[in-house]
Design a protein around this ligand. Sequence first.
Ligand SMILES: Cc1cc2nc3c(=O)[nH]c(=O)nc-3n(C[C@H](O)[C@H](O)[C@H](O)COP(=O)(O)OP(=O)(O)OC[C@H]3O[C@@H](n4cnc5c(N)ncnc54)[C@H](O)[C@@H]3O)c2cc1C
Length: 276
Amino acid sequence: MATVMTDRAEVRVLRPDSAREAVTLARQHGGTYVAGATWLQPSCERGRNWPPFFIALDARWPGFRGLQESHQGLTIGALTTLDTLSHHPLMKEYLPCLTGRNGLMNLLAGPGVRRLGTLGGNLMAGGDLTALAFALDARIQLVGDDDPRGDRLVWRYPDLKSTDLISALVIPDCRRWRVAVEKLGHRERFSPTRATIACVYDGNRFRMAVCGEGGPGRLEISEAALNDGAASSTTTADWYQALDAELEGLGWHDARLRLAIRRVLVHQHEELSDGD
Ligand SMILES: Cc1cc2nc3c(=O)[nH]c(=O)nc-3n(C[C@H](O)[C@H](O)[C@H](O)COP(=O)(O)OP(=O)(O)OC[C@H]3O[C@@H](n4cnc5c(N)ncnc54)[C@H](O)[C@@H]3O)c2cc1C
């Protein structure tokens, strides 16, 4: 079991020179990676549970910051800040639903957190971007997975080991896709999200995912029931039932919240089907 401490002053911060050294240090010392610290700091303060070592990640390491287009789609460095994502021209091109005044990024925490918080930290904390990453079939690049063709990239979250270091998220070319993301909460900002719901239509199939109170997950059973419904004579009632059971199985135990998620998904599905 990992050692924890109650006194913040005893925590040591290790500053590796490279991403590979960071992974080596994490393996040797069982340390915790720290990016913007916006999630870690309040969690450690709350639980008075400080790890003996923080391993500071460095945005200057190659590939860890910024956005780059390639034949695989769009590669976004894990240490790219949430603020950068909210207004970057490539994000406007690939995922306009995230940007602008009404975009999801503007509802994700406040400006101070967005300036420090990073994409990698948001994914590891199960934040709002997790549902979207799942629905987009995004892949994570881990330090050490060095296949130059990039075909060994897999979406392994949440099966990641604590020593796995994310260098980037790769999203497919979704410029022609229709994408909807909705966030349910007591208040839009400054209170934990209850559920974030993402629905993606690539012109052929719908993909759906959630994150929040019940945990992140792709809704593969409900997707299959929806996409193959006509062929398998699935009724709307069957689909509702499949969705409810799948959400509960994932850990969404609040029946009212499941109902709210269903309503959002039905709305998103109608919206994204419009014109087909
Ligand atoms: C007041 C407040 C409001 C917030 N509101 C929202 C909200 O509305 N929606 C939302 O989605 N989030 C919200 N958050 C959470 C915020 O999005 C996260 O705090 C932020 O994205 C985490 O990024 P970070 O770089 O600060 O991560 P850190 O706090 O540094 O790290 C978070 C976790 O990720 C791990 N980690 C970080 N980077 C990597 C990496 N590259 N590879 C492997 N592991 C890594 C760390 O070890 C740690 O376990 C809020 C936070 C605060 C403080």
